[in-house]
Design a protein around this ligand. Structure first.
Ligand SMILES: NC(=O)c1ccc[n+]([C@@H]2O[C@H](COP(=O)([O-])OP(=O)(O)OC[C@H]3O[C@@H](n4cnc5c(N)ncnc54)[C@H](OP(=O)(O)O)[C@@H]3O)[C@@H](O)[C@H]2O)c1
Length: 339
């Protein structure tokens, strides 16, 4: 796209009001606004694809306590996006037509400082969707949180989500002997088993998770990638073998309803006796793991040993629906919107 082809206006999705409980369309407004003009040192990008994730629900609160600032009422939301450079500062490394990734999704065009965008190199990760995936967090959950080892029995909670669909595959490729997931429906469980190679799946809403997990892992669990918290974490801890590693990476059970605390009752005495290690992990604290992630994930994608399961919606006006449907559990994997 050349600068002469850019329109005078574009659309962006703004936060209309802060949600107290479940999200609905009244919390969003799609506004037609003048195209932002890049200043010195800034880049203008035509966004092509963005992703939504449960963490955006947390940022819609005023006091999210996340590493990035909460969204402001009346201002555009943001999310990971991939777009095409339209104009870039002279003398820099970016050129019109380059694909870049950044955090200014939920708008058709974005203006940012040139150093706020990262090149999308399809020779490293061969699919733009991979740049929008929860791959980095899944990697950190598996490698640093659960520290999956050869032959381990691994439990991934929230296995059909953006992070979980990748974490299960990563765990298997890191040598796990048995991979068990949790999800909410038989349709998703069948997908996890038949397409992603999970050995067993427990279903939330189909009886006590601990009983289901005991059947799925009669010998116990060595490593946990927990994206859910609540009853699922309690069940994983009950089944954890001596020395098990439990990576805490998400709290979907509280997050989807807008909570930003996720209390869980645990028997500390029992954890001490079994030497169980609970580790809170996040992308922000493990940036040093990301070079190995990119190299390994890219290789696995090119070999075809990993896929990025995703759902795709089309049009910026569908972005609010994408987030609401994600939180309601309609989709499997990463949810992307074509802009
Ligand atoms: N620490 C970090 O650096 C880091 C980085 C990225 C993400 N995270 C966190 O990791 C978690 C997973 O992220 P994600 O992007 O994979 O999530 P996601 O795909 O956005 O999560 C959506 C899924 O949550 C599940 N869900 C809905 N209600 C639930 C409930 N009441 N209990 C349990 N699960 C429920 C549904 O799956 P089912 O229908 O299958 O249950 C739904 O498809 C989130 O908490 C996110 O904030 C942390």
């Amino acid at each position: 796209m050349s600068p002469s082809n850019v329109p005078a206006t574009h659309r962006e999705v703004r936060l209309a009001s802060r949600p107290e409980r479940a999200l609905d369309s009244d919390h969003f407004v799609v506004a037609e606004v003048p195209l932002p003009q890049p200043g010195p040192g800034q880049v203008l990008v035509r966004n092509r694809l963005m992703s939504v994730a449960a963490s955006l629900r947390t940022l819609m609160r005023g006091d999210a306590g996340m590493p990035m600032p909460s969204f402001e009422v009346g201002r555009p939301l943001s999310a990971p996006a991939v777009g095409e450079v339209v104009t870039a500062p002279e003398g820099g490394t970016l050129r019109p037509g380059d694909l870049v990734s950044h955090w200014a999704g939920f708008r058709e065009y974005a203006v940012m400082e040139a150093d706020a965008v990262q090149p999308v190199d399809l020779t490293v990760l061969p699919d733009p969707v991979a740049y929008l995936s929860q791959g980095p967090s899944a990697w950190i959950g598996v490698v640093r949180g659960a520290e999956v080892r050869e032959g381990d029995t691994v439990f991934v909670s929230g296995a059909a989500g953006g992070l979980g669909t990748l974490a299960g595959q990563f765990a298997r490729l890191r040598g796990a002997g048995r991979v068990i997931g949790s999800t909410s429906s038989q349709r998703k469980a069948d997908y996890l088993i038949e397409t992603l190679g999970y050995d067993a799946v427990v279903l939330r809403g189909a009886g006590p998770i601990e009983d289901q997990l005991r059947k799925a892992a009669p010998e116990g669990i060595d490593a946990v990638v927990d994206t859910v918290g609540g009853e699922q974490l309690q069940a994983a801890l009950a089944l954890a073998r001596p020395g098990a590693r439990v990576g805490l990476i998400g709290a979907l059970s509280a997050q989807v309803s807008g909570e930003n605390t996720a209390p869980v009752e645990i028997d500390v005495f029992s954890l001490i006796l079994r030497g169980i290690q609970l580790r809170g992990v996040s992308g922000a604290r493990h940036r040093d793991a990301l070079a190995e992630y990119q190299e390994t994930f890219g290789r696995w994608l090119r070999e075809g040993s990993v896929t990025v399961p995703h759902a795709r919606l089309s049009g910026i006006d569908q972005a609010p629906r994408a987030l609401m449907e994600l939180l309601e559990g309609h989709h499997i994997g990463t949810v992307v919107v074509e802009l």
